[in-house]
Write a protein that binds this ligand. Structure first.
Ligand SMILES: [Zn+2]
Length: 267
């Protein structure tokens, strides 16, 4: 273990609580779909037939499920080993839901940007979230896998809101009327946990968090470290690793891609 990893390890071991923020460097983007031939065909079909555009988020969900990158999974697995036995909480800006398939404690994870776990009304008329319709997902998956049966796509019924008849969309910040009900309960749980960090030895790990949603992790974490004299922050990012003046005495900036950093931890 090199010096910096030893430093992080020791800080975690002696901390009462560990707060982890996960950002863009962990995100698996559905934009890579066009590199997969089967998905590419499907995307092209959707380009031509505008009536099928509603399926895109469903296709994204299927793609993400099928393409959980091994290296990202390895990074999560190592993070779990590093946090083992500690009182931790993980806030993630990722929308790929990959974190929910890891060994990290699901009750200690909050993903305020949402993802593809739930669906909602496009207009958020009822402020309710639901699980996506598996039958629709299965039918679309079948069409993607069997390109020659792509005509079956005509028979897939477009899901609509039972209350207002508008489209059903996935519950994430890409939605114009994002239903925050998808994460609020867990967010409140996280806030209570945070209250418990006051005057405790807190180790903060910020992993690959950029400036896309600075109010979710980056700025609040800086504030937490500024206010808690017993807190210490490790900010790991390929480019945006810099620390603000106020907290540089209680922080350490590491210029490296955070997933690579974790993957290489136990070698
Ligand atoms: Zn509605």
């Amino acid at each position: 273990m090199d010096n910096i990893k030893k430093k992080i390890w020791d800080r975690i071991q002696e901390a009462d609580m560990v707060l982890v923020g996960i950002g863009e460097e962990f995100e698996i983007s559905p934009k890579k779909m066009k590199d997969d031939l089967k998905y590419k065909h499907f995307l092209e079909k959707m380009e031509v037939e505008k009536a099928y555009r509603w399926m895109l988020p469903y296709v994204e969900k299927l793609y993400l499920k099928e393409h959980q990158e091994e290296r990202i999974k390895k990074a999560y697995a190592n993070l779990e080993k590093i946090l083992a036995g500690k009182n931790y909480y993980v806030v993630s800006e990722c929308m790929d839901d990959c974190i929910y398939g890891t060994d990290l404690n699901n009750e200690r994870i909050v993903t305020p940007c949402g993802g593809y776990r739930f669906v909602q009304c496009k207009d958020n008329c009822s402020k309710k979230i639901e699980l996506p319709d598996d039958e629709i997902l299965n039918k679309i998956y079948d069409c993607i896998q069997n390109g020659n049966e792509i005509n079956k796509i005509d028979k897939i019924e477009r899901p609509v809101c039972g209350k207002c008849g508008k489209d059903i969309v996935f519950n994430n910040v890409k939605s114009d009327n994002y239903a925050e009900e998808g994460y609020l309960e867990q967010w409140n749980h996280y806030m209570k946990w945070l209250q418990g960090t006051v005057n405790r030895k807190l180790c903060v790990l910020e992993l690959g968090v950029g400036l896309q949603f600075p109010t979710v992790i980056r700025w609040p974490f800086e504030k937490i470290v500024f206010l808690n004299q017993k807190a210490y922050l490790f900010r790991i990012h390929n480019k945006l690793y810099q620390l603000t003046e106020e907290i540089k005495d209680r922080g350490c900036a590491i210029k490296e891609n955070s997933t690579d950093f974790l993957i290489n931890w136990f070698v």
